[in-house]
Design a protein around this ligand. Structure first.
Ligand SMILES: CSCC[C@H](NC=O)C(=O)N[C@@H](CO)C(=O)O
Length: 701
């Protein structure tokens, strides 16, 4: 009898505990290390990456064949200091990186970030450290460092000029040359004897070549154009580059969609002759691509490789060095990101939402293709998510970052030998008690909008619970982003994935919506008519998502909330302003609320003869595309959160909204994060924001 009584107790307790256990703890959930900046040396089997461990950001390295992970730096404070531009010297002996700033910003990304209010903020500096270990050495204040092919020097930009410095820091950095304009993006020639660079002069941009202190700068076919992305031929005798139009011309319709056409040229440094190789088609999807790496121009082995959107998807192409028709290397309904050329210049590795599984369109996998034939192969098929591949210099392994719907992103290596299986690296960095198994597997949901768009979404819902549950629509930012059926490859959206899992563990039915303007579903979805400040047509997808939730049998249609950051904050505010009857509460994190600001500059022009023909109408459209235009119909409570060192969306966008909510006596709460940026660089600030979001929804829904 006693046995059955105990079993019964255990079952009850176990069941209850399991039920209770499913509720995640935000601090434990956010204890995942986030890897990024994965890179490989051009020779040997050495790799490096940055790990963000609850705000402690450090460089880690590993070397084949064992790839045992080793921490190289000792930054043990949650101080908000970003690590970026991580690279290994071609000889594998040095690792360089930039520490500080917020390089995901739209402005001032090189200014110190100081969310811990230190009296002396940390300057943004270039550092080097031996791969084998030792003390990091500051090479100077600056950013976008690149290492010479001879592994002896580093070039970087600061204040519009280019500097060089010995990689071992044994001498101070010196300005390489002084030229007009903002000079940046140095590219070393294959033998390390010259540097090509971009010289931005506002309405036009030149490419220049520096040789030495005695030789005049060589300007590469200077025109009334904007030239960028210089790429050296393997023999160092030619450059390939991308050309677009310069600024100016009679203002055309603001609301009309027009392509920013572009072309690829080569320049022979011996003959001084520029040769057009390819020009984008004169149609909307011939526009200059804005997805990851933009044109991704590479001078590969006997081929020039680039990315273009002109067949409706961000695809890779290669051209013969003498020109001709481009060869499509990656046919199919998917997009290519994180493109890397192998050090032997014969293979391209990239990330794509490609694969044979219908769910792969909402995942990412590592893919490889030759530069001269369309022999594409998905290297990491399956239900996981893999991205940012690099081939080791010896060609023996592919390193990448991988995750699942449960296990957070971690570095991996996959030997290039047949039937090899991925090896997880630094497994001990993921806390042993990490609640991965308690995370739900998001389900793919698709629905049609009244205007005919098919929208993908991810549904997070834990099993069990009451018959009628509150629900929440999550709206990502960007907007050119795609949320996935698992952990995300950006730290901002890895946090959003964790937040949606947390809300699901609290009993909310969470729907993350990939609305139009997003990537991953082709050009027309990414560039819809009347999107953004041209009419906010993407809001239709958010409203339809709320209506989809309201129709679900397990959802209480009176308790549907909405939340999002940045562009997601904009659409959250639109939802509460336009449809408070559908959305009962919302959280708006550093959102955009007044889109007329983007338009007014078109109106200040004194000469109405040279004003865009629809300038006034465009302003009216921008007003109707702004949440502040709907204060009269805004009824539902909102939590407003913003960091006041935001360099993506001005803090004033929220200050203005709070004043308007006060004027209209609309219930609102606020959370200001002092001196942190758009990306909440201080880990504890992000955790506090997450907890505030959950607390508000628990209170209001
Ligand atoms: C015109 S609104 C700006 C939205 C912002 N875009 C760039 O900064 C945004 O949504 N940013 C993030 C989210 O933090 C993003 O995903 O890029």
């Amino acid at each position: 009898m006693k046995f059955f009584y105990t079993l019964f107790i255990h079952l009850i307790l176990g069941g209850w505990m399991a039920l209770f256990a499913q509720q995640l703890d935000m601090d434990a959930l956010k204890a995942y290390p986030f890897p990024n900046e994965l890179t490989a040396a051009a020779t040997g089997a050495r790799i490096a990456w940055a790990f963000n461990e609850q705000g402690q950001r450090n460089i880690y390295v590993a070397e084949g064949p064992t790839f045992t992970a080793r921490r190289l730096t000792n930054y043990l404070q949650d101080d908000g200091q970003e690590l970026s531009s991580v690279a290994i010297s071609p000889d594998g002996k040095w690792v360089i990186y930039v520490r500080g700033g917020d390089h995901g910003s739209n402005w001032n990304d090189d200014l110190p970030v100081n969310p811990s209010f230190h009296p002396v903020p940390t300057k943004v500096q270039v550092w080097s450290i031996p791969f084998g270990g030792g003390e990091p050495k500051s090479l100077g204040e600056g950013e976008n460092p690149v290492i010479s092919p001879k592994s002896d020097k580093v070039a970087y930009s600061k204040g519009g000029q280019i500097y060089t410095v010995p990689i071992d820091g044994t001498a101070p950095a010196t300005v390489l040359f002084t030229a007009r304009g903002t000079n940046s993006s140095p590219v070393w020639s294959p033998d390390g004897s010259r540097i090509a660079f971009q010289s931005n002069r506002t309405d036009h941009q030149f490419i220049g070549v520096y040789t030495d202190a005695q030789t005049p700068i060589r300007w590469i076919d200077p025109q009334f154009k904007r030239d960028q992305s210089p790429r050296w031929s393997p023999d160092g005798q030619k450059l390939a580059f991308v050309r677009t139009n310069g600024s100016g011309g009679k203002p055309d319709s603001i609301l009309a969609r027009r392509p920013n056409l572009w072309s690829i040229l080569t320049f022979d440094l011996t003959t001084g002759k520029a040769t057009p190789l390819w020009t984008s088609p004169k149609r909307l999807n011939g526009t200059f691509p804005t997805t990851h790496g933009t044109t991704n121009l590479h001078w590969a082995a006997n081929r020039i490789v680039f990315l273009s959107y002109h067949d409706g998807w961000p695809h890779l192409y290669s051209l013969a060095e003498s020109g001709g028709a481009p060869l499509l290397l990656t046919p199919g309904n998917f997009m290519c990101e994180h493109i890397q050329l192998s050090s032997d210049k014969k293979t391209l590795l990239f990330t794509a939402n490609a694969g044979t599984d219908p769910l792969d369109i909402d995942r990412r996998h590592v893919v490889k293709v030759s530069v001269d034939r369309a022999d594409m192969q998905v290297v990491t098929p399956g239900s996981g998510l893999e991205w940012s591949p690099v081939l080791t210099g010896d060609g023996a392994a592919i390193a990448f970052i991988g995750a699942t719907s449960q296990r957070p992103p971690m570095p991996h290596v996959l030997a290039t030998s047949p039937s090899a299986t991925p090896q997880l690296l630094a497994a001990d960095k993921l806390p042993a008690q990490y609640p991965a198994s308690a995370l739900v597997t998001p389900k793919q949901v698709t629905f049609k909008t009244p205007d005919g768009f098919t929208v993908h979404a991810q549904l997070f819902e834990k099993a069990g619970g009451p018959s009628k549950k509150p629900a929440i629509v999550y709206v990502h930012g960007g907007p050119p982003r795609q949320m996935l059926l698992g952990w995300h490859y950006s730290d901002y959206y890895a946090n959003a994935y964790a937040m949606n899992q947390y809300l699901a563990s609290l009993g909310f039915v969470v729907l993350s919506v990939n609305y139009r303007l997003g990537i991953g579903y082709g050009f027309e979805f990414h560039n819809p008519k009347n999107g953004g400040g041209y009419g906010a047509s993407e809001y239709t997808d958010i409203k339809t998502a709320g209506e989809w939730l309201a129709k679900q049998s397990q959802v209480d249609s009176k308790r549907i909330g909405v939340y999002g950051g940045s562009y997601g904050g904009f659409l959250t505010a639109m939802a509460l302003g336009k449809d408070s009857q559908l959305f009962a509460a919302g959280v708006d994190v550093h959102g955009v609320h007044d889109r007329t600001i983007e338009r007014t500059r078109n109106l200040v022009l004194p000469d109405q003869y040279d004003r865009a023909p629809d300038a006034q109408y465009a302003l009216e459209v921008a007003w109707k595309s702004s949440p502040i235009a709907y204060m009269d119909t805004w009824k539902s409570p909102v939590l407003i959160i913003h960091g006041d060192d935001d360099r993506n969306v001005r803090f004033s966008q929220s200050t203005d909204l709070v004043r308007r909510l006060e004027d209209k006596d609309i219930y609102h709460e606020t959370l200001v994060i002092v001196d942190d940026t758009h990306h909440f660089m201080k880990h504890q600030n992000q955790v506090n924001v997450n907890k505030a979001i959950a607390a508000f929804f628990l209170k209001k829904l």
